[in-house]
Design a protein. Structure first.
Length: 342
């Protein structure tokens, strides 16, 4: 009897430890809009989630909700803020006017690669220039695409006037104004809607980085590419503050260790590689690719882009925001980030 009783106590103790261990594990819901099969999801978000689980000894797990399945692309930041998602990754430009100082990094000439862009945006946040824009969440890391160009179904765009009257999907209002300066008719829509919109003839083309052409299968529909780097799309991966506060100190340490410049850099490297793959995919398909070098100094492209920069900074000033100050900080960060990467 005594042996049996002792065995029962031991079994109960082991069961209790297992229950305690299971209770200690926390699953965080992460929402974003990239396809589940995309390199962005697999090589950035899934890799980040796997790192959390490994470094927390299995106590932190991330359940991924790609393709806008937990929240629509333009509602992901709000979902992270109000707790519908524990973590959200999205483009700030999907919420027009909500992140005006952050979107300075989208202006042409600030970054020439995704790695540099991620470094610039993360630096601006780390230096305190963007604190107020993210006061309602806990940013984890910032990142960007590489420079975006213009891609069309059947129009060979060599100069801005070739865009006259074309319906071009624009990623953000900032990029949309520059497209309008070039003569295009900008159309706003989330990235997941582009493919079907092009199939149905709703748009004639789009502004996108090479990575997006591959990740959203747009190379299947377009034939012409004008590599004129006139914007960079910015992103944030951010966490609900209450969800973070509910974690144990040890779990918070793991989150903190996988935030900031370390993962900004990782994301930038992934985007740069995917840009190379997306462009090669277009080459292999026999598409026409036009390359416009130094568009801010190019006689055909300079004016609409310079006008766009000045117009955006002026609007920030009219709102009482330190737009030019942050723009100068972005240019300084761009130089230092390029030096560090070099």
């Amino acid at each position: 009897m005594k042996t049996t009783f002792t065995a029962c106590l031991l079994a109960a103790s082991i069961a209790g430890l297992s229950a305690t261990s299971a209770q200690a594990a926390t699953t965080l819901r992460m929402a974003h809009f990239w396809p589940g099969a995309s390199g962005v999801n697999q090589e950035i978000f899934e890799a980040w989630a796997a790192t959390l689980e490994e470094e927390s000894g299995g106590e932190l797990r991330v359940e991924m909700f790609p393709s806008g399945t937990l929240a629509k692309p333009d509602s992901i930041y709000e979902a992270a803020s109000n707790g519908i998602a524990d973590i959200g990754a999205t483009a700030q430009g999907y919420t027009a006017g909500r992140f005006p100082l952050s979107q300075i990094v989208e202006l042409p000439g600030v970054a020439t690669t995704a790695t540099q862009g991620a470094c610039v945006l993360q630096t601006l946040y780390d230096e305190g220039h963007l604190d107020e824009e993210y006061a309602d969440t806990r940013p984890l890391f910032f990142f960007t695409t590489g420079p975006g160009g213009i891609h069309t179904i059947d129009t060979d765009v060599q100069v801005p006037s070739d865009l006259e009257g074309l319906r071009i999907r624009r990623p953000t209002a900032v990029a949309g104004e520059m497209l309008e300066n070039m003569g295009a008719n900008p159309v706003g829509m989330p990235a997941p809607d582009i493919y079907t919109s092009m199939q149905r003839g709703v748009i004639d083309g789009l502004s996108f980085p090479w990575e997006g052409l591959k990740g959203f299968r747009i190379n299947e529909l377009v034939e012409y590419h004008t590599e004129v780097p006139f914007y960079t799309l910015i992103f944030v991966a951010t966490m609900n503050q209450r969800a973070y506060d509910s974690l144990s100190p040890e779990q918070q340490e793991v989150i903190d260790a996988n935030s900031g410049m370390r993962w900004a850099g990782n994301a930038g490297e992934v985007f740069d590689r995917l840009d190379v793959e997306g462009k090669q995919e277009a080459r292999d398909a026999g598409h026409t690719i036009r390359e416009i070098e130094n568009p801010l100094e190019h006689p055909d492209w300079q004016k609409p882009l310079q006008d766009g920069i000045e117009s955006y900074l002026t609007r920030l000033e009219e709102r009482g925001l330190p737009g030019r100050e942050v723009y100068e900080a972005a240019l300084a960060a761009s130089e230092s980030c390029a030096t560090e990467q070099g």
